[in-house]
Ligand binder design. Structure first.
Ligand code: UT7
Length: 315
């Protein structure tokens, strides 16, 4: 199978910033507790922006940076657990709003916080079978819609945003060596869908998810490196799902990753689920810290339960 590489990235976050103090005004919490336990200081929540707006602006920016025109796109996947409408999918709305070809697959994918990685792997498979060699992968969430504002265990964690990547598939390029997994569990992390009847709120056993995550992250790193036949030294940058700064700190300590080789933006955005990984990629590209030739090891985990890792290169 031919591999995919990133051509360009984009992102969009809503304007409204919610501080830890704003939350301390509505639930029994404090800036000190949230900062030390999670690393989060702010998160952005939609007021006027819709899920479709976030997707569109992130995707437009990624296309522009990639120098790719809509007619070159061969497939669109939006990873999300909070689409504005179940039908039409967020990906179909992008097809319309970006003026993409009508003879390509466009669909949403739900793998919670691991969604962007599931989508990259799926895109690699799709582009191998497509006459068009560019694909659009978006991770977008409007988690502020599903927050229970009376639950201090969860309401402090989540933010809204979208990140996007235009990827290219070329003969001879190495596969991204994706390693993906799932284990059905509706007790550790749950977001009811249609069965809820009325409002749908996230519920989570944070401690148990934390324990799952600190085991899943190194397992994914080891499995990806083994599959790709690479070592930690072959990796230019580590990109982690931003769920809790302490989970990232444990991983970088275990693998002796120096500060210049990983990045945390959780203090600004909180946990944005499927948007988290592409938000990091997009900020890193804009800062010039990754670009043509960079090899990134990307790791994520989340509801489902799901987990995954991949070795992504920049074209
Ligand atoms: O995106 C993928 C899925 N999500 C995750 O990866 C999240 C993983 N889990 C975590 O990040 C952490 O478990 C949390 C940040 C959710 C919680 O941190 P923790 O250190 O595991 O805290 P805890 O749940 O063990 O709670 C410790 C104490 C409890 O009080 P008692 O029982 O010790 O008296 C909680 O009631 O902190 C209390 N607490 C809070 N206190 C102030 C829980 N939430 C808050 C809060 N403010 N917001």
């Amino acid at each position: 199978m031919n591999g995919i590489k990133i051509r360009g990235t984009g992102r969009c976050v809503p304007k409204k910033v919610v501080t830890n103090q704003d939350l301390a005004n509505i639930v029994e919490t404090s800036d000190e507790w949230i900062t030390t336990r999670t690393g989060i200081q702010h998160r952005h929540h939609c007021v006027t922006e819709s899920h479709a707006d976030l997707c569109l602006w992130a995707a437009r920016s990624a296309l522009e940076k990639a120098g790719v025109t809509p007619d070159q796109i061969g497939a669109v996947i939006v990873a999300t657990v909070t689409p504005g409408t179940a039908c039409p999918s967020a990906a179909c709305l992008l097809q319309r709003d970006l003026g993409l070809p009508a003879d390509i697959p466009c669909f949403d994918l739900n793998a919670a916080c691991t969604g962007f990685l599931f989508a990259l792997h799926t895109m690699e498979c799709l582009l191998n079978a497509s006459p068009r060699k560019f694909g659009l992968v978006v991770g977008a969430e409007q988690l502020s819609r599903v927050i229970n504002w009376e639950d201090r265990n969860t309401c402090i964690l989540f933010g809204d945003g979208a990140g996007a990547a235009v990827v290219e598939c070329r003969e001879g390029w190495p596969s991204i060596s994706a390693v993906l997994g799932a284990k059905g569990d509706d007790e550790l992390l749950r977001l009811p869908g249609l069965e809820a009847g009325e409002r749908s709120f996230i519920a989570m056993d944070g401690k148990k998810v934390f324990k799952f995550a600190v085991e899943a992250v190194p397992a994914c790193i080891d499995a990806v490196l083994e599959k790709a036949g690479k070592t930690v030294e072959d990796v230019d940058f580590f990109v982690f799902h931003q769920a809790n700064a302490r989970i990232i700190d444990l991983a970088v300590r275990k693998y002796h990753v120096p500060p210049e080789k990983y990045y945390k933006n959780i203090s600004e955005y909180g946990n944005t689920a499927a948007a988290s990984v592409p938000l990091v990629l997009s900020e890193l590209q804009d800062q010039g810290r990754i670009g043509p030739g960079s090899r990134m090891l990307v790791v994520a985990f989340g509801g489902g339960l799901t987990w995954g890792g991949a070795l992504m290169e920049f074209a």
